[in-house]
Design a binder for this molecule. Structure first.
Ligand SMILES: [Cu+2]
Length: 389
């Protein structure tokens, strides 16, 4: 059976499933099990259907987290809020659906934004972006959001991978010191953004409250040697870029969409200071999302082409091959895979290149032997002095 494409029908279907669940709860035995088959390729009409079941997987043993668990840092001094690009869980593997938990702590913290400049970030688990959450199709995920006692603002979380009111936002609206929770079943595979949606949502997002959740298809994605987690955002400060000290947010610039900074993983030049690393001959994958809140990214790696692009974060459609630049809207994501053929420093950019001057650049450092069949420099000594990337 296919999931209807129409959203209202899906809501009705959800209602039906809920009624069936209710039937089981009151002990009716003549109803079908509280599972229904669906296609992992519901969007690709020409694909044969693969029947799967979900929703009635009992918890067995201690429930695992769907993300890496990090310790909260207590500090009066500014901290690094930069999420390392390698900080993500390994592939789900070939297991069946199960129950998993997600613990999000919303913490307001002063972090390093640029050299000599700090900023009051609002975060999920003290890093920007928030933890990379990794589940598979059919998993049931228990989400607990705890708004830290030290918070000033209310916070919540809206997962674009959730079918339900506000993507979970209403169920997680939490005042400082409060904990809220809900659970959902991952019914659509893909790479999705999550973010805080408390009004004014653009403010919560620009201050750092966004992340990615990957719902793997059955069997996962093709294996690669390295996976990285990168998200783009904007920061709107009263002070001009280059100013020192504690920078403060500008409501007017946010409304006018005039950011002072563009950032990968939370801070100016964060992924140039902490480069991604790999070797010649290896394959890499970048899970790339845009928190925004406002600007579309033209994501590009200088000196490389993407061998495979899971356009718009869709993993149930065939990937596009051999691509230079990918358009990723705010609240959207993509997955790019490529093989490294030659050594060097490859810059991650938004090809709206003025943004490099506003803090938006990363580096992929590739080491290993030269490969003159692919690239041969006729005067490497002179090239070594070049300022070009
Ligand atoms: Cu918030």
């Amino acid at each position: 059976m296919r999931l209807p494409k129409d959203r209202n029908d899906r809501v009705m279907l959800g209602g039906c499933a809920a009624l069936i669940g209710l039937g089981l709860a009151v002990g009716l035995s003549n109803l079908p099990a509280a599972t229904y088959a669906y296609s992992a390729n519901a969007a690709a009409v020409e694909q044969p259907e693969t029947a799967q079941t979900f929703r009635n997987i009992p918890a067995s043993g201690p429930m695992q987290h769907a993300h890496k668990v990090s310790k909260t840092v207590k500090s009066d001094n500014p901290i690094s809020i930069v999420r390392d690009a390698t900080d993500l869980p390994p592939p789900v593997g070939k297991r069946g659906p199960q129950r998993l938990k997600v613990d999000l702590d919303t913490i307001e913290v002063t972090g390093n934004l640029a050299d000599g400049a700090t900023y009051r970030y609002w975060t999920f688990n003290q890093k920007v972006p928030g933890p990379f959450i990794r589940v598979r199709i059919g998993d049931t995920v228990e989400v607990k959001l705890k708004n830290d006692d030290g918070s000033v603002m209310m916070h919540n979380v809206d997962f674009h991978a959730v079918t339900g009111p506000g993507g979970g936002a209403k169920a997680t609206d939490a005042a400082p010191g409060e904990s809220r929770s809900f659970e959902f079943t991952a019914i659509k595979a893909g790479l999705y953004v999550y973010h805080c949606a408390v009004p004014m949502a653009a403010q919560h997002i620009s201050n750092g409250m966004y992340g990615l959740i990957l719902v793997e298809p059955e069997g996962g994605l093709p294996k690669v040697d390295h996976e990285y987690y990168v998200m783009q955002g904007e920061i709107y400060t009263e002070q001009k870029i280059g100013a020192k000290g504690e920078l403060t947010e500008s409501y007017d610039k946010l409304i006018d969409e005039r950011p002072e900074f563009f950032v990968f993983n939370g801070a100016s030049m964060a992924l140039a200071k902490a480069p991604l690393k790999a070797k010649v001959g290896e394959t890499v994958r970048i899970f790339f999302g845009v928190g925004g809140p406002n600007f579309t990214s033209s994501f590009h790696v200088i000196g490389e082409m993407f061998d495979r692009v899971y356009n718009m974060g869709s993993v149930t459609s065939a990937p596009v091959k051999d691509v230079q630049t990918v358009t990723v809207p705010p609240g959207g994501a993509t997955i790019v895979d490529f093989k490294l053929d030659v050594p060097g420093k490859f810059m991650l950019v938004d090809h709206a290149l003025s943004r490099v001057e506003k803090g938006l650049a990363g580096v992929l450092e590739v080491t290993g032997p030269d490969n003159p069949d692919v690239f041969k420099d006729h005067d490497p000594a002179k090239s070594a002095q070049s300022m070009s990337h």
